[in-house]
Ligand binder design. Structure first.
Ligand code: GRG
Length: 322
């Protein structure tokens, strides 16, 4: 099955430009493209125990924004790549993202009962099933890359994703975040300067959320055969986008409502968690997020009109209410 190309659903035109007038419409288009492919990947797990397979379906196909597939596909579009080749990367990043949410919501971590507007996986199923669901989504991501990409590209794609998901990135960032929360609770933070707290927070965000966003852009660039100049622009975009996203996420937790955000809000403050608003205030956080979004937009200039969806998303991410 190696190198098997993914088929775009018949009603979609693979050469069509992503509509830029409305990012909401463009994201809906990505969801329409990627969800049937994700569903197909779950359906193909026909030897998996039924309850486990249903938990994977529940977590993976929950109504999330599909930002990571959008970034992967639009990075590929920006570099003139083929949507079908980029699709495997787009599926794989969403699988890793879905696993991280399921595990993050567990009682041993954030202990949440609401995610993407519905009960969290361990609430809808049970804790052991949620752990196994996350465990199963990780190899599924790598198997998806191996299954659908030519061997050399698949190897490089697996390397990109493994670095983003591992102990020096996503998992490490989560560990650091939990440790920082503990330190804040023990008033350790009171003895640390605001500058070093901010530096620590940015490092946590770079690992916990930024690394996977960067992987999306790198995978889109890889499957599109991007030039080194294009890859460099994607790196700049990804670093700025990741931090802008996280600051906006902190602001939503501070100011958003449960109905629009689809998860519990106000949790960060209740836990005394280190966040941008708690360190520098709401206005300075918003200003920083907007400056980062502008930086990301600027990085898209070398792509011309092909880079418009990425540029529009950077602005959307700091203006959204969900
Ligand atoms: C458990 C290894 C492990 C890692 C968890 C990503 C993560 C690390 C935790 C998620 C918790 C969280 C709310 C982080 C803040 C940023 C974030 C990743 C938000 C969710 O991403 P969205 O807004 O979600 O793209 P949707 O549901 O739209 O896909």
């Amino acid at each position: 099955m190696q190198g098997r190309m993914l088929q775009r659903p018949a009603e979609s035109d693979p050469t069509a430009d992503v509509p830029c007038e409305s990012v909401d419409v463009a994201i809906a288009d990505v969801r329409q493209f990627i969800d049937p492919l994700l569903e197909e990947a779950v359906n193909a797990l026909d030897l998996a125990p039924q309850r486990l397979r249903e938990s994977i379906r529940y977590a993976l196909l929950a109504p999330g924004k599909r930002l990571r597939p959008a970034l992967t596909l639009w990075a590929s579009d920006a570099c003139g790549g083929d949507r079908q080749a980029a699709a495997a990367g787009a599926m794989a990043v969403e699988m890793i993202h879905a696993y991280s949410l399921v595990h993050d919501d567990l009682p041993a971590m954030d202990d949440d009962d609401l995610r993407r507007g519905r009960p969290t996986c361990h609430r809808a199923f049970d804790e052991a099933t949620a752990i196994l669901c996350g465990d199963a989504l990780q190899p599924l991501a790598f198997a998806t890359l191996v299954r659908h990409l030519p061997p050399d590209t698949a190897g490089r794609a697996c390397g990109i994703l493994a670095s983003a998901a591992g102990a020096e990135a996503l998992v490490g960032g989560q560990a650091e975040d939990l440790a920082a929360e503990q330190a804040t609770a023990e008033t350790d933070a009171a003895n640390t300067s605001p500058e070093s707290q901010l530096a620590r927070l940015e490092q946590i965000h770079r690992c916990k959320t930024g690394a996977l966003f960067l992987a999306c852009l790198r995978l889109g660039g890889l499957t599109a055969g991007a030039s080194s100049e294009q890859l460099q622009a994607l790196e700049i975009y990804g670093a700025a986008f990741g931090l802008a996203f996280q600051i906006a996420d902190d602001l939503l937790d501070a100011e958003g409502t449960e109905e629009t955000v689809g998860k519990r809000v106000g949790k960060d403050a209740a836990r005394g968690k280190l966040t941008f608003p708690s360190l520098v205030g709401i206005d300075a956080s918003r200003a920083r997020a907007h400056a980062l979004a502008a930086e990301a937009e600027h990085a898209c200039q070398i792509f011309g009109t092909r880079g418009k969806p990425l540029a529009a998303l950077a602005s959307w991410i700091v203006h959204r209410n969900h």
